[in-house]
Design a protein around this ligand. Structure first.
Ligand SMILES: C[S@@+](CC[C@H](N)C(=O)[O-])C[C@H]1O[C@@H](n2cnc3c(N)ncnc32)[C@H](O)[C@@H]1O
Length: 296
């Protein structure tokens, strides 16, 4: 496994947290088994850092003099980010949309209800994201959810819908991954206190750019929760995403990469083997220089 894949998506490498202090506590060690494990809790602990993402949104917004209040999280799954956003200020609201009712039930029980009063500022909607017209100041599609769209036309339609669902000035944040190591069939492992997270790149088709990825979890007694999550995606490149965002109506965009120094706008050649990027597309161009957000 090439060295750069220590931060292959969506593993959220240790370096990703450098300089970022508000880190989620690791789950308390207890004996997990495939029967007792909660795959959504394991997923959140393994791949998500909502505090870091909120810091990133705040920094980008502040850099451009924006004050987003309503966050719309498309493909929200457990709505972890939306819940953190709603909890992060009494003037903030969030909308989480997912078409999977069971995952939204989980989100309600584990992420919205525990917020108490702040939970009233989070609205969970069970629907196809393209059917929902609720607007936000910032719209996010994370952990590569938009890679479900395999044709140019369908992805562009989704991006156009996202554009319509943004208040001006408004920004859309999408992530992407790439680099030669990201298309090599492989399994990457990351150890946590009471389980191991496995990210499998099971197959890649160079003709269609379709990629099949899987998340498995392994427990201390060696037992496995296989195929906890399976993703049948198209791996879109940064130039393709850039073109489609502009075709969808966005005025301008910036691209940031995860790095050991936080979010950066250019990759060292030695880090190009595997990378994670965030595209920030603006409904109205802030006419910014391509500076790095401050909290790096
Ligand atoms: C990769 S998960 C992402 C979860 C979360 N956004 C995150 O950052 O971890 C993708 C989610 O998108 C949902 N989904 C797939 N197609 C959808 C659609 N057309 N509309 C709404 N949700 C959809 C799935 O149910 C799943 O929960």
């Amino acid at each position: 496994m090439p060295a750069a894949t220590k931060w292959l998506v969506p593993l959220r490498p240790s370096g990703f947290n450098v300089g970022m202090t508000r880190r989620r506590k690791p789950p308390a060690p207890r004996a997990l088994t495939p029967r007792s494990a909660d795959r959504h809790a394991l997923y959140e602990a393994s791949v998500q850092r909502p505090e870091v993402m909120i810091g990133f949104i705040e920094d980008v917004a502040e850099h451009h003099g924006l004050t987003p209040r309503v966050l719309r999280e498309d493909f929200c799954g457990t709505a972890n980010l939306a819940a953190h956003w709603a909890a992060s200020g009494t003037d903030r609201r969030a909308i989480g949309i997912d078409l999977d009712a069971p995952v939204l039930d989980w989100a309600e029980q584990h992420n919205r209800a525990p917020l108490g009063d702040a939970g009233k500022r989070l609205h969970l909607l069970c629907d196809d994201v393209r059917n929902v017209r609720r607007r936000g100041d910032v719209l996010v599609s994370l952990n590569f959810s938009h890679f479900i769209y395999k044709r140019r036309e369908t992805l562009r339609q989704y991006l156009r819908h996202a554009w319509r669902c943004l208040n001006r000035p408004g920004m859309l944040i999408l992530d992407a991954f790439g680099g030669p190591a990201s298309i090599t069939p492989d399994i990457d492992r990351r150890n946590f206190a009471n389980f191991t997270y496995l990210w499998e790149q099971a197959a890649f088709n160079p003709i269609t750019s379709e990629i099949l990825c899987k998340i498995h979890f392994q427990f201390p007694n060696g037992s496995m929760l296989r195929d906890a999550f399976v993703y049948d995606w198209r791996l879109w490149s940064l130039p393709e995403l850039t073109e489609l965002l502009l075709e969808a109506g966005f005025d301008d965009l910036d691209i940031y990469f995860e790095s050991e120094d936080g979010f950066i706008t250019e990759l060292d050649p030695g880090d190009c083997d595997a990378w994670v990027a965030y595209l920030v597309a603006y409904k109205t161009s802030p006419r910014s220089s391509r500076r790095t957000p401050r909290r790096n």
